[in-house]
Design a protein around this ligand. Structure first.
Ligand code: GDP
Ligand code: ZN
Length: 461
């Protein structure tokens, strides 16, 4: 495919001082060459691919030096987009980076749309759709673990799995085809049961295994929305502070998306906790008193995790019991705080009310017990599963929805076989499942859907 040359500022992840103006397309090298004076005096097009060069960006009209730069030259197809790519590494802050960008634009490049570099990689066959989506996840990853999941997906781990499943379905469909075209080949009914059912069931199990990773995958990708509740003075603010201090707070700022999102996360053993601050429920002094048990249940229901703080130094109160009532059935960790003070609470009663949810004792004042709390958080959601580092997670809602639909179609196929429906009915369900899996990796996708997906990307990616 042939495309025009696009450009954007694409700042590398986690870097502040350097900004990169990236160009991709047929004229990328030509345009950059108009602006670049290499220290070596060589022209850009004379240089070998995949090399870096020191020099200056000069405004060709005024001959004025605009910026001191390092330029990376990469000829297609061995590039991310499979096109010629030039990256101009600028050091001089946002003003001069923008001047470089302006010059690139004035000399023939077009400003890239959000995600357009990745879209080109996809359209040029360099990556499939699930890999392209992983690029965005990687940008937004909140912890190392989340990053590993995204990296695995970008390397094509999920794609490979999906391709394997589609291949199996295709082989199954081929068997059916043979039997329809040559009915004398075998007894269709017998063949279906002996040959097809195990194959189809295998695909079904693999899809379901993938779906089982989805809740964890989603947590890693999107964070665990966490609400801290408790009576006044039990130590909620102290808990919040120690979570933030013990763990690096992650602030993600995602520019270039439709709305700029600034979210606050803490990284607890690889699990991104999103400390929810919606309508002041992050720190609820007396939510139950204020709005009643039913209402507060509704408010709290949007949380993935509730941290209920109690005071070790005081007997349980009616308010405490109401809080227990409000959170029953939700993922909760009970924190009995102030263990440095004499115990007046009945731990027996707490355990009874906790109803098998974990109970952790802390003295936030003396910084004790926070590690136990972190342990409880991580094992509540990941019970050891994360240790298998090379697991493939599905974390993307679009993928999860498609896998669910594919699983339904497979079940219908199996039921069809079970109920001795005509084999072409089974064929339809299997084909449908094959198509749905294909949408995950972007086979047979509508252009409008592709555009919509890529429009969620960040500028410069
Ligand atoms: P909140 O009202 O629930 O947010 O409670 P705060 O975190 O503001 O704490 C209320 C008071 O309890 C403050 O004076 C804290 O210093 C104190 N506090 C918090 N944790 C502990 C603890 O573990 N032991 C003791 N002795 N005091 C604590
Ligand atoms: Zn407070």
């Amino acid at each position: 495919m042939e495309f025009d040359t696009i450009t954007a500022i694409s700042t590398p992840m986690g870097e502040g001082a350097i900004a990169i103006v990236r160009l991709s397309g047929e004229e990328a090298i030509e345009i950059a060459a108009k602006l670049f004076r290499a220290k070596s005096n060589k022209r850009l097009w004379e240089m070998t691919s995949h090399t870096i060069h020191y020099g200056h960006i000069i405004d060709p009209k005024t001959e004025e030096t605009v910026e001191e730069v390092m330029i990376s030259l990469m000829r297609g197809p061995n590039t991310f987009t499979r096109e010629d790519v030039v990256e101009i590494n600028c050091h001089g802050g946002i003003v001069s980076v923008n001047r470089v960008l302006q010059l690139v634009l004035m000399n023939g490049a077009r400003l890239a749309e959000p995600g357009e570099f990745t879209k080109r990689a996809f359209l040029n066959g360099r990556i499939d759709l699930s890999q392209a989506e992983a690029v965005m996840d990687l940008i937004r990853a909140k912890t190392d673990r989340a990053m590993n999941v995204a990296l695995g997906q970008m390397e094509g781990r999920l794609s490979k799995l999906i391709r394997g499943l589609r291949q199996e379905l295709l082989e199954t469909l081929a068997h059916i085809e043979v039997n329809i075209d040559y009915p004398e080949y075998d007894d269709v009914e017998e063949m279906t049961h002996h040959l097809l059912v195990p194959k189809v069931e295998n695909v079904k199990n693999e899809i379901n295994n993938l779906l089982q990773t989805s809740s964890q995958g989603k947590i890693l990708r999107e964070g665990l929305s966490t609400v801290i509740i408790g009576r006044p003075n039990v130590g909620k603010s102290s808990l919040l502070n120690s979570l933030i201090h013990e763990n690096k707070a992650i602030v993600t700022d995602i520019p270039g998306t439709t709305r700029d999102v600034i979210e606050e996360y803490v990284n607890v053993r690889g699990v991104p906790l999103k400390l929810v601050d919606t309508a002041g429920i992050r720190e609820t002094e007396d939510i139950v008193e204020r709005i009643g048990v039913e209402k507060s249940r509704e408010v709290l229901k949007s949380a993935d995790l509730i941290l209920l703080v109690l005071n070790n130094n005081e007997e349980l109160t009616v308010e405490d019991e109401k809080l227990f009532e409000a959170i029953s059935g939700m993922d909760t960790i009970i924190i009995v705080n102030k263990t440095d003070l004499p115990t007046n609470i009945s731990i027996e009663k707490v355990k009874q009310l906790a109803n098998n949810q974990p109970v952790v004792t802390t003295s936030l004042l003396q910084e004790e017990g926070i590690d136990k709390l972190e342990e409880a958080i991580s094992s509540l959601f990941f019970s050891g599963a994360l240790e298998a580092g090379d697991m493939t997670y599905v974390s993307n809602s679009r993928h999860i929805a498609l896998l669910n639909q594919a699983s339904l179609a497979i079940n219908e196929a199996l039921e069809g076989i079970e109920n001795h429906l005509p084999i072409d009915m089974v064929q339809i369900d299997l084909t449908r499942s094959w198509e749905l899996l294909g949408e995950i990796i972007g086979d047979s996708m509508h252009e409008s859907l592709i555009n919509q997906l890529f429009s969620q990307f960040c500028l410069g990616k």
